[in-house]
Design a protein around this ligand. Sequence first.
Ligand code: OFO
Length: 162
Amino acid sequence: MIKPEIQDAFNKQINAEMYSSYIYLAMAAWFENENLTGMASWMKTQSREEWGHAMKFFEHLHERGGRATLAAIKAPPAKWDSPTVVFEEVAKHEQQITGLINQLVDLAQSAKDHASVNFLQWFVNEQVEEEATAADILHKLKMINKSTNGLFFLDRALGERK
Ligand code: OFO
């Protein structure tokens, strides 16, 4: 049976992952409006992945005899000044999520909840990838600066994400 303090913290993380899904969907809508359909498609995939992250916590809670409780999801922003600003926010957001995951690991370790420590390792690894991907796209956007050609090719490349 999962301890109440771990259950509470995991329920908060479900909300944080749902917010991630929501903000990336909002970014997808912004990119659609900017006719950057490759970036919109990348964001929709990212949004679905985040929903999947929330579901991993949901399933873990129920497998351990706990219960997922769902809270209201805060409204994300609706517009950004440029693709670079969007990806700056993605990078910052993922760093915050990494911080939350690390806090969960600390909590699970101090509660001696080995199953949760083990479960959280997937997220520790995932965050390394998430931060690296966001930094890489941001770096490319800064390299191409205001080149329309560069943006066109980056948009096409991001649209190839499965
Ligand atoms: Fe972006 O990794 Fe979950 O939130």
